[in-house]
Design a protein around this ligand. Sequence first.
Ligand code: 13P
Ligand code: SF4
Length: 304
Amino acid sequence: MMKQIEQIERLKREKNAIILAHNYQRAEVQDIADFVGDSLELARKAMGTTSELIIFCGVDFMAETAAILNPDKKVVIPDKGAICPMAQQLQVEELEAMKRRYPDADVVLYVNTLAESKALADCICTSANAREIVNAMESETVLFGPDRNLAYYAGKTTSKKVIPIPQHGLCPSHHQIVMSDVIEAKNAHPDAKVIVHPECIPEVQDIADYIASTSGMVKICKMPASGDEFLIGTEIGLLHRLKKEAPDKKFYPISTTAVCPQMKMHTLEKIASALDREEPEVTVPAGIKDKARRAIERMFTIID
Ligand code: 13P
Ligand code: SF4
């Protein structure tokens, strides 16, 4: 492992590269990254870097977003198999059909979508700003996809009528965190606060003390007044960062099986190879790229 870390550090210096990693990455990947964050922070970081080569340790839609926002930089994903299953659940044909059925509704798409779907959206959002973005739309009815649980959250926290597209879009890793897991965890740690990601099912969201994006969860847990013990309702990779950044507090996963296998595909070996060979590169076709960028940039104009 030490040899691989040295190789990664050397290649990074030689190539003026930056390693960006999502909060769900393996512990050793988070530890060698230049920046670890949620999908919104990673998009911002990719835009702000002066590095010419971005090694993106996350899933496909995140690396695509970095490539869309940085046409002059090279974005490389260590394992091209890191494909988010939720992003695949919204097909362009279904989106077009729903747009025809609700011509007056604005379309807000979660960043967890394919670039070709983003190209058809009025605005993109992440879990950190879904409420704000949906609220900022002019139409009273908003089409929202592909996560029906985040659509539920956006509908509940705004006055908009939020219609999920498709009807059953979900994240397999969050969907399997169920009420009995929360009850069991609460029985074992009665004083702990429940903090969950808005990709969790409505029942779990409804009994949580806090709902936030992955980095939002880190911020809340670090606040002195938020509590000393937490039950964490998201992918278990976040526990590494929480324990590192708030060593005096206690964290327990609500479900130890909440694992995103695609997020775990990047290893130190693959990162070293990606740095060395500068591939596999992430590219988006020009026509799609420009339209998708417009929808992503609109998000930044609303939240900034
Ligand atoms: P965040 O935006 O909170 O990082 O979430 C992304 C994601 O894929 C959660 O499953
Ligand atoms: Fe996609 Fe769920 Fe994995 Fe996030 S945790 S990348 S939504 S499959």
